[in-house]
Structures are given as C-alpha cells and as structure tokens.
Design a protein around this ligand. Structure first.
Ligand code: AMP
Ligand code: MG
Length: 496
C-alpha cells in the first residue's frame, strides 16, 4: 500500500454524510493553544496508509488537534440516545467527539477517524466538549492494550496535549485523541430514533452499518435479523473476552455499546488486580450495576434494548417482530457460555472438553476470590505448574487457602494427565492466553502524573509494554507485579 505523507492525502470516503442530516450536525472543532503531540501510534498510522515519518510534522499535529480542518474531512457530530444506569436519556450524542471521516485501510476495510475532546457540539448539553489529559491517556493506552490482547476495540492514532485549563473536580488540562474504529455507531443511535417514534429513520442507518461492515449479510432474506443476530453474538463474545482478562468496563450504558461488538468508550475502566468477582471499578456506580460479575448479564440486557429499538426492522406485524427479536436475543446466553468456556479452558490449559471442567474452573476462581489473590498473576503461575506431584508449585505461595488449593491441585493435575499433553507445549499455550502485562490502574496513574508534570516518556513505555502482553519481557518485570499496598484502591470516577 502506498503510504501518504499527509493526513489530507488519505482517501477519505465519508459514508456517514451520505445520510440525511437528521442523523448528525456539522461542527467545526474549536482550536486549542500550545498543542503538543504526546504520542503517535505508528503501527495504526501504517494500517491507515499514513507515513509515520509525518509524526514530527506540525501540520499533522494541528490537524489531529482540530486546529486545522483537512479539506477531505466531513466534520460532524452524530446524535444518539441511551440507557444510562438503566434509565432512558432521550438525547445524548457526540458531545465532544467530531467525526473527521472514513478512510480505506491497507486491507480495504473502512476506518472512521474521530477527534475526541475537540470542542463543543450541539449535543454537548451543558458540558464543555473537552476531555482532560488524564482520561485521554487512559483511553489512548487501553485501546492499544485491548487490541494486543486480541479483543475487539476502538484504538487511537494520536494523543495531543494542550495548555487549555479544564475544570473537573480539580483544574486539569485539555487533550485530544484521534479515535479510530471501523464505525463508532452505538446501540443508542437506534434507540434515539425508535423512542422519538421516527421509525423510518432506522432503516437507512442499519443499511449503512450492514453495507459498510457486514457486506456478507447483504443477500440474506431478512438481513436485519441476520445483522442483529451477529451483533448479539459479537457482544456476547467480546464480553466473554473481557471476563477472561479481568477487564471491567465501568459504564456499560447502551450509548457505550458498539453495533460492531467493539469495546467502546474507555472511562472509569479497570483490570482486576486482586480477584473479586463483585469488583466495581467505577466509584460512581454505587449499586454495582456494572460490577465484574454483572457484565455478561448487562450485555444481554443492553442487547434487549437494541432489539426493542429495531423491532420495526424485523417485521411489519408487531407480534411477529417481537417473536423474531426474542429468538435473536435468546442466542446471547449460549454464545456467551460457549465462548466463555472455550476461554476458560484455554486459560487452564485444558485441551479436551469435559463435563466436570466447569466445576474445576469455578473452584479455582472461588479460591482466588476468597483469598483476593491477583487474577492475572495466578493464571500466569498456573502455566508454570508441573504435573509431577512431587514439585511444589510457585502458585501455592500466592494462594491464601492452602488446604483448599492442595485439594484442587490434585484434581487439576489428574485432569491435565487425562489430556496427556507435553508440559512445555501446555505451558506455551497457556502463556499465549494468560497475559503477564496488563494496563493496571497504578501503572496508568504513574504515567498520568508524569505526563501532567510535562514528561510523556512513561506513556511511551506503557504503550510498548502493553503491546506485548503475553511476552516475558524480563527488562519490564516490575510492570507485571501487583500494585503496592498504597496503590490498591485507586478510585476512578466517570469524570473525564
Ligand atoms: P460518557 O459518559 O463519556 O460516555 O458520555 C455520556 C454523554 O455525555 C455523551 O453524549 C458524551 O458525548 C457527553 N459528554 C461527556 N463529557 C462531555 C464533555 N466534557 N463535553 C461534552 N459532552 C460530554
Ligand atoms: Mg460514552
């Protein structure tokens, strides 16, 4: 693929602006002063056909900050609604994200570029349209971390800091990321038009999503049912992957749910340190609606909201539409459980599927839960375990309930023997799915504090570490450790 020297030269197609303007508003980004490129995602740039040698180019920074509009861009904010913590909010929308447009990537797929934090839009309500440096670093790095973990996600091309003061709980500085995904369309886009009773608006939006992102469904007799089934299955599978790496999203409102099954909108997220099945990563979520163990059920409920909003696409007879929608929604539990069991088996190094595996898996998770043992380090250590009963595994020192562990271990060893695989091969397979390096909150916190003090080096260091989550990286050993005691309860809120 030809690499372009300027963002302006990318082959923009801007499919979204082909829709009726009822779906969006044109907006100009509001310029920022003293912009500085704090990080540039060279790998993603290459996928977009952009020469990363342009990273030092002032013109690029200005464009990615929203200080300069590129002529090929469309610059618009889209309208959506959503269920926030269970209650319907009839109008949200891109309150601080401005779509620059869509380009073709190296493999011919569409990628949408969006400037997040580039100033107010008609959907900002009473807020300022900005994003603070802290939350921009969190989103920038996590997109990359999740991508490297093999989890469908939005990513970001650039992170730009500025001197603009922004008031949150304290005074912070504004930043802008250029977010990139095949599409940022959310469940809430459909809810908006459904609940306004403008049902005729559903079809053109669904057609855009299907034509651009699900072309294989084009010829299906009921393409909307086929598409929604795929959304439900992708959502279930993505959430299973979150559970497998201990990722807590924090704000699983329907306006943060992607119709492509991507992980979208990184706010007060967190990776589990100590395993706590009821862990709540967002301290604003007092009731624990989005706790770790609630995520799969919430994913299902969110899909029910999407299916409600798309009933008019399924059948003209309302009763039949409901019947079809229920059939689609019922795919979720099986899709989730099947994927989750595959992922657990891989994490435990089990090759065959046995009836009793579920119990063996749950017993181990209960041990971790009771002892509040580190989730990722425990699985990593499990990969080091020898079948030979004479050896005492390293893991035993980590687990608090030693007796319970010994009993479990005997059964686990027997189970591994049943599969009868070579130890080295099992270890390699387990290490390829049990990450050693995660974007833990205390690591992020350190990078944020340094960046706020003017030093962006730690952002780059974390960026590189989380790109290789399964590798040993002996030089970065300290980044694999559980948080020091004083950093165990970093609290993260919705404020961003
Ligand atoms: P979030 O909680 O970030 O998913 O945002 C929920 C809604 O509030 C979305 O419509 C956002 O665009 C909007 N929003 C959040 N923060 C801001 C902000 N600082 N300025 C404008 N809109 C915002
Ligand atoms: Mg959001």
């Amino acid at each position: 693929m030809k690499l372009h020297a300027r963002l302006d030269d990318l082959p923009f197609e801007n499919h979204f602006e082909r829709l009726d303007p009822a779906y969006y508003s044109r907006v100009d980004p509001a310029p920022l002063s003293d912009v500085r490129l704090l990080h540039f995602n060279a790998g993603l740039a290459a996928e977009l056909g952009l020469d990363s040698a342009t990273a030092g180019d002032a013109g690029l920074t200005e464009a990615l900050a929203g200080n300069r509009k590129i002529t090929a861009g469309c610059y618009l904010a889209t309208v959506y609604a959503g269920h926030q913590f269970g209650s319907y909010v009839p109008q949200l929308g891109d309150g601080r994200a401005i779509m620059v447009g869509q380009v073709r990537d190296a493999r011919g797929g569409l990628r949408e570029l969006q400037l997040k934090g580039a100033g107010p839009t008609p959907y900002s309500r009473f807020a300022d349209g900005r994003a603070v440096l802290r939350s921009s670093i969190r989103e920038y790095l996590c997109g990359e971390a999740m991508h490297a973990l093999g989890i469908a996600t939005t990513r970001s091309l650039s992170l730009i800091g500025s001197s603009l003061p922004v008031r949150r709980e304290t005074l912070e500085r504004a930043a802008v990321i250029c977010r990139v995904a095949p599409s940022h369309v959310r469940f809430g886009h459909f809810e908006y038009f459904y609940l306004l009773q403008r049902h005729e608006m559903l079809k053109p939006l669904a057609d855009l999503v299907i034509d651009d992102h699900y072309p294989e469904l084009a010829g299906f007799p009921n393409r909307y049912a086929a598409w929604l089934s795929e959304v439900v299955e992708r959502t279930a599978r993505t959430i299973a992957q979150w559970q497998a790496v201990g990722f807590c999203h924090g704000v699983m409102n329907t306006d943060n749910m992607s119709v492509l099954g991507l992980t979208l909108d990184y706010g007060p997220y967190g990776f589990l340190d100590a395993f706590d099945s009821h862990h709540i990563c967002n301290h604003t979520d007092e009731g624990g609606r989005y706790a770790y163990d609630q995520q799969p059920t919430i994913g299902h409920w969110n899909c029910s909201r999407l299916l409600q909003a798309t009933l008019p696409l399924l059948h003209e007879d309302p009763d039949q539409a409901v019947e079809i929608a229920n059939g689609i929604l019922n795919r979720y539990p099986a899709a989730y459980t099947t994927r989750m069991m595959e992922l657990w088996r891989a994490k435990f190094g089990l090759r065959s599927a046995q009836e009793a595996d579920r119990e063996l898996i749950n017993r181990f998770l209960n041990l971790l839960d009771r002892g509040k043992n580190d989730f990722s380090l425990s699985f990593r250590a499990l990969g080091e375990l020898r079948i030979d009963a004479a050896s005492t595994p390293l893991l035993r020192d980590l687990i608090t309930d030693r007796e319970g562990f010994d009993a479990w271990l005997a059964d686990y060893r027997a189970r591994l023997q049943f599969d009868g695989e070579d130890e080295a091969a099992r270890r390699a397979r387990m290490h390829a799915v049990n990450p050693k390096y995660l974007l833990r909150n205390h690591l992020l916190q350190a990078a944020i504090e340094r960046a706020e003090a003017g030093d962006a080096d730690e952002i780059d260091r974390l960026f590189r570490i989380v790109q290789r989550p399964f590798d040993e990286q002996p030089e970065n050993q300290a980044y694999a450790a559980e948080p020091p005691p004083e950093a165990r309860h970093i609290s993260v809120s919705c404020s961003s």
